[in-house]
Design a protein around this ligand. Sequence first.
Ligand code: GDP
Ligand code: ZN
Length: 450
Amino acid sequence: MMPKRDVIAAVATAPGRGGIGVIRISGPDLAPFVAALAGRNAPPRQAVLATFRDAQDKPIDQGLLLYFPGPASFTGEDVIELHGHGGPVVMQLLLSRCLDLGARLAEPGEFTRRAFENGKLDLAQAEAVADLIDASTASAARSAVRSLQGDFSREIHVLNDELIELRALTEATLDFPEEEIDFLEAANAFPRLDALSERLTAIFAKARQGKLLQGGLHVVLVGQPNVGKSSLLNALAGDELAIVTPIAGTTRDVVRGTLQIEGIPLHVVDTAGLRETEDQVEQIGIARTWKAVEEADVVLLLTDAQHGITAAENAILARLPAHAIRLTVENKVDLTGQPAGLVTDPTGRCVRLSAKTGAGIAELRQELLDIAGWHPQEDVFIARERHLRALDEARQHVQLARQQAQLLPPPLELFAEELRLAQHALNTITGEFTADDLLGEIFGRFCIGK
Ligand code: GDP
Ligand code: ZN
């Protein structure tokens, strides 16, 4: 039984000014809210034009009210959407009115959490809601929708059903120990376990691609002024959407931004912004840049092919995380006459190119995709690190089960236990057994109103 719920409300649209702003309300019985807000009853799932009034009956705004009685709603409870004019003051007044009527402010992700707890979405789907909103490329958005529609969860359910069947057969045999050896043969256990392992490996590979689409590749760009950092970023972005999330830097240049290569988000931090300063706002920006540097997957060291690496670059290189892959790029080969392309030398890999002519850019893009581990693939669903860990854990338990089954005589209790653990790991993905603190962690990362 779910505990009795209170009424939650939040502004569901992004902060700022817009043509329309939406307030979302969810709770067990919102009929009184409908009456108070619209001044009349509202038919289910039909837009009603209404004047929203405050407690003194003074109009706050005029807009649309939509009433979704539970359980046929996003959260599974009664849901109201108020579509008003999208100004921050109007939204605050409407929200205050909801709070006066007895609602409380929703916590981040609380609407989606209720949807999960009421069985409208499983956990992988709920996470996909956040990933869809956060998607930084069209490919990431498409794969998030696939997860949201249940593609990932369905793959997990197929494996889960197979595990349940094997477990049921095993449990039945445990009551008749004399049949143990025959059981494994009769149940076709070995081929089935092998098929399970294979399936898990395939899904893991796909989920890994999905995680790449979700998280992208974190690239740090190191290089002196005028070596061609801005030119390189533009050349890399090519005719794909250039910089989709520019974050205005403290210098003339964009210090951080996201571009994409074949749909993989490339989060680029330009260390040109890393300089000594007294300005406090600038210092905050610089601290953020350093934090991004510490999370780097790849360090792109950009040099002018006509010169070498300087002390300033070496100082930044010294602070880079050890796990980051270092890739040297020599720009402006059009001026030196060197051939463009990938060069492997004892100190590592290097791409020679010209941001100006475009020679060598394709090689750099391919090198970055290789570093990321990207294999072009259709129907990728979005996934996260915790999904990868769970899939890996499930695969290990299936393999352990197979090892138990090979012993003579096979210890069927241990065999069954491994299958149970494999199933448990899979269920953490869809959320059948998920600790409360993990749920808090997952939904806490949502924005308010989702
Ligand atoms: P940043 O300061 O590192 O961002 O460098 P910019 O991208 O602003 O480039 C500095 C100068 O170098 C500009 O005049 C560019 O046109 C020039 N430049 C950049 N890449 C190349 C290149 O590959 N070849 C040549 N010849 N000039 C380049
Ligand atoms: Zn620049």
